[in-house]
Design a protein around this ligand. Structure first.
Ligand SMILES: NC(=O)c1ccc[n+]([C@@H]2O[C@H](COP(=O)([O-])OP(=O)(O)OC[C@H]3O[C@@H](n4cnc5c(N)ncnc54)[C@H](O)[C@@H]3O)[C@@H](O)[C@H]2O)c1
Length: 283
């Protein structure tokens, strides 16, 4: 979709980080916004940052903020219904909400798995199930952007749960692309795969449900490393959002904002092709 002005974007995880910046970037394109998150105060803060309406580029109707837990199918279904009821259409869907946990895989708790797969994987599944049939019914152009991570292409020590969830998002997105092509649909798909970005991701536990609170007892050093790595990220969330919108306009499937990570992906692919034992991508 080259022209975004006047179209409707839905962003999950819009209360913070990359989702917030994607919302701001879409607003600058003159899009109408539906912003979803568990964190309603954060959504209000995002809305307060939106450019004022009044000129041709930003004359979109007021944004819609929707409380939504992407790990719950019925919650995402309500989001889809609210979006289509309020805006009549959805053109650009960002399945972006996500959380991160760390620690050696043998000590990861069942709750680590349930929470991470519930948000990172099932959140995207629910977005696809609730929005894509409605978008297909319209038969018009549209674009779905699923946020994975470079952890969807490489296997990072201490990050098995996160990597498994993000690898699943990558293959799910590739399968969605193929399924849409088979159905001769004009809908486009991208998978966004950033490396480290300074956002709220290292404090993901702020959104963790009490029922799934049991964490990996060996997570400490791994999560501290993640915090240091995200703080030293070379790109900001705003950079990632800008590159994502560029990727959407160019119709690019793989949006990998940090080219510095490409050699690690190549090494992994070569190790598979050559039957070699994997080396760690971490120095
Ligand atoms: N920051 C990074 O280094 C990095 C790198 C690669 C990929 N990502 C991915 O980017 C996406 C955005 O993360 P971020 O870095 O902006 O982190 P963030 O913590 O700043 O933002 C994530 C947002 O998701 C929301 N959220 C969490 N659980 C939710 C749920 N169940 N339902 C609805 N909303 C929920 C949070 O409230 C928050 O607003 C995630 O999918 C993350 O895995 C981040």
């Amino acid at each position: 979709m080259r022209e975004l002005t006047g179209k409707v974007a839905v962003v999950t995880g819009a209360a913070s980080g990359i989702g917030r910046e994607i919302a701001l970037a879409c607003a600058r394109e003159g899009m109408r916004l539906v912003l979803a998150d568990l964190d309603l105060a954060g959504l209000d803060a995002t809305i307060a940052l939106l450019p004022p309406a009044g000129n041709a580029a930003s004359a979109a109707a007021a944004p819609l903020a929707v409380a939504c837990d992407v790990s719950q199918a019925d919650s995402v279904e309500r989001l889809a219904r609210a979006s289509f009821d309020a805006c009549g259409d959805v053109h650009l869907l960002f399945n972006n909400a996500g959380v991160a946990v760390g620690g050696p895989v043998w000590a990861a708790t069942i709750e680590d798995w349930q929470w991470s797969l519930g948000v990172n994987l099932m959140g995207v599944v629910h977005g696809i199930r609730s929005f894509v049939p409605r978008m297909l019914e319209r038969g018009a152009d549209g674009h779905i952007v699923n946020t994975a991570s470079v952890a969807g292409f490489i296997s990072v020590p201490g990050s098995a749960v996160y990597c498994a969830s993000k690898h699943a998002v990558v293959t799910l997105s590739e399968c969605l692309l193929h399924d849409l092509a088979l159905a001769k649909s004009p809908l486009a798909v991208s998978v966004l795969a950033p490396a480290f970005v300074d956002t709220g991701i290292a404090d993901s536990a702020r959104n963790r449900p009490a029922a799934l609170a049991a964490t990996n007892p060996l997570a400490g050093p791994f999560e501290a490393r993640m915090r240091r790595a995200t703080r030293s990220g070379r790109l900001t969330a705003a950079d990632v959002a800008r590159l994502t919108i560029e990727g959407v306009k160019e119709g690019r499937f793989y949006i990998i904002p940090h080219p510095v990570i490409l050699p690690s992906i190549e090494t992994r692919a070569r190790e598979i092709l050559e039957g070699r034992t994997p080396t760690s991508p971490m120095p």
